[in-house]
Design a protein around this ligand. Structure first.
Ligand code: ASP
Ligand code: CP
Length: 320
């Protein structure tokens, strides 16, 4: 219907229901999404029944880059809310015959879907799709740009553990330059009043990254993980993004300089939560025993929060 009306010239912009980036999102909107996600958490993990407010709706997952957590959790989130889901990947689709992402999304929309979730290696690709679609578009990770639902789930997992995040010091460690998670989660934490310390080798931390800070919090940069390890309230480890030619390989001493080894973990203050967006490269950016720590590793809690965060975003996009 919306598509037919758009063809007839109605102004039915869905831009306010798109979810493309954390940058520019008002702190109150961010808090409202986190509050809603927190309320939805029991339903997200199957401990309570969700109200099926999206019954009869169809959500299309267009994932032109690989994914385990994001794709599956968007699917579970939509289904918990009563929606149906269709999944399309690059392999097995007509992308292999040269069809563009935008043409793919426009064709899927023409089949009458209600929302499109997009993952792409193109930085800015989700916004590009949104410009061409009448239905809401949700960014599930676009190149090096943003991964806004990851930021929501990170902030939610941290908030559940630490309470209010204002004034907290959170280290984000690794390949900052190529990580959309680093960008989105930094924007979210700063908006919530936290201080983010980005840590990584000089080649993997963009010069001027601290100038991204907008909001009550702030950003600082260091290349020396050991200099801040005892002064932080939380730590998030990142994978080196080899698929984005992050470096021509990981330096042999990467783990000793930037890995969360067991020795370094002992230098953290007691009870400091450890996060990682996944997928984890064990023995590189984080040691097995640290990733699997039952008390302080939030890695699987983050994944659970991801379903709730995506339910909140789908409701924002589609609930009337
Ligand atoms: N899964 C996250 C992303 O897609 C982080 C990563 O792949 O390292 O950005
Ligand atoms: N954290 C994250 O985005 O994981 P996937 O790439 O597996 O979706």
């Amino acid at each position: 219907m919306r598509l037919i009306q758009r063809t007839l010239g109605s102004d039915l912009s869905s831009s306010s229901r798109d979810f493309l980036a954390i940058e520019g999102l008002a702190p109150n909107d961010l808090r409202a999404l986190l509050d809603r996600a927190e309320r939805l958490l029991p339903a997200a993990v199957g401990d309570a029944a969700a109200e099926e407010r999206l019954r009869g709706r169809v959500v299309a997952n267009i994932f032109f880059e690989d994914s385990t957590r994001t794709r599956v959790s968007f699917e579970i989130a939509a289904k918990r809310l009563g929606a149906s889901v269709v999944n399309l990947g690059a392999s097995g689709s007509s992308a292999s015959k040269g069809e563009t992402l935008v043409d793919t999304a426009r064709n899927i929309e023409a089949m009458g879907v209600d929302a499109v979730v997009v993952r792409t290696s193109i930085s800015g690709g989700a916004a590009l799709v949104a410009q061409h679609l009448a239905c809401p578009v949700i960014n599930a990770g676009d190149g090096r740009h943003e991964h806004p639902t990851q930021a929501l789930l990170d902030a939610l997992a941290l908030r559940l553990r630490l309470g209010e995040l204002a004034g907290r010091r959170v280290a984000i460690v690794g390949d900052i330059a190529n990580s959309r998670v680093a960008r989105s989660t930094t924007h979210a934490l700063v908006a919530l009043g936290a201080h983010v310390v980005v840590v990584g080798p000089p080649a993997l931390v963009p010069v001027g990254f601290e100038q991204l800070a907008r909001g009550a919090g702030s950003i600082s940069i260091t290349h020396d993980l050991d200099s801040i390890i005892g002064e932080i309230d939380a730590i998030m480890m990142l994978r080196v993004q080899m698929e984005r030619a992050a470096a021509s390989g990981i330096a042999p001493d990467y783990r000793s300089a930037y890995g969360l080894t067991e020795a370094r973990r002992r230098a953290l203050r007691k009870g400091v939560p450890i996060l990682h967006p996944g997928p984890v490269n064990r023995g590189v950016e984080i040691d097995d025993a640290v990733a699997d720590d039952v008390g302080d590793s939030l890695i699987l809690a983050q994944v659970s929060c991801g379903v709730a965060a995506r339910m909140a975003v789908l409701l924002r996009a589609l609930d009337r």
